[in-house]
Design a binder for this molecule. Structure first.
Ligand code: PLP
Length: 223
């Protein structure tokens, strides 16, 4: 783990930008060490892994779910998750609402948009999303609250392209804010920026950067 890099990133954040420390694939001990150092917001992308870590780590950690979420896994995170960044369908949102009702809570969510020039990244198009927001079914969901949008830029060295994609996500945010969420003060989050592109994301208006490898080191996916 690179505490110096962590401190450097924290010190560089403008007011209004929060850091999600992405701890996926990393052991609970690493999270505990960063917690000791003052970090409270952690991001995971597997529901069972998040559940296992939640059970053994301090209860005041804010757990953010950032990866693709299958409907049958929502139950593992619904009791405690602070923010789900990756809502990409009405079916998923309905399941989150259902599990939120069971747990007698309201779950904050972000709408994930497909902004990258890659087939593999999940997310809505603007048309898909507005169709959902206009639907009667969406209006009925009382136990989810939409706090903003999330997106991942293309994995490329072309910084101009990355900037355009983040700019596009900011435009989507503004459009939705005006059309659907002008009366919702909680709709204020723009989750964008990872280890390789977070400085550009911040320049383009990010409020939540999601940083993993710069802090925790490279991930070993084979473990
Ligand atoms: C893994 C992951 C991150 C962090 O990636 P790094 O490049 O290690 O900072 C951020 N967002 C999502 C959605 C991820 O899956």
């Amino acid at each position: 783990m690179n505490i110096e890099k962590y401190d450097e990133i924290r010190a560089s954040l403008p007011a209004g930008v929060r850091l999600v420390a992405v701890s996926k694939f990393k052991p609970a001990e690493d999270i505990a060490a960063l917690y000791q150092h003052g970090q409270r917001v952690f991001g995971e992308n597997h529901a069972q892994e998040m559940k296992a870590k939640h059970e053994v780590l301090p209860q005041d950690i804010e757990w953010h779910f950032i990866g693709h979420l299958q409907t049958n896994k929502v139950k593992y995170i619904a009791p405690y998750v602070s923010l789900i960044h990756s809502i990409d369908s009405l079916d998923l949102l309905k399941e989150v609402n259902k599990q939120a009702v069971k747990n007698n809570r309201v779950i904050p969510c972000l709408l994930q948009f497909h902004i990258a020039d890659e087939e593999t990244k999940f997310g809505f198009t603007l048309d898909e999303c507005t169709a959902m927001l206009d639907s009667a079914e969406f209006q009925e969901l009382k136990n989810v609250k939409i706090h903003g949008v999330m997106g991942m830029a293309t994995f490329t060295d072309d910084q101009g392209q990355v900037r355009r994609e983040f700019h596009h996500l900011h435009d989507i945010f503004d459009t939705l804010k005006t059309r659907y969420f002008s009366q919702n003060p909680d709709f204020k989050e723009l989750s964008m920026g990872m280890t390789d592109d977070y400085p550009i994301a911040i320049e383009e208006g990010s409020t939540l950067i999601r940083i993993g490898s710069a802090i925790f080191g490279p991930r070993n996916y084979s473990v």
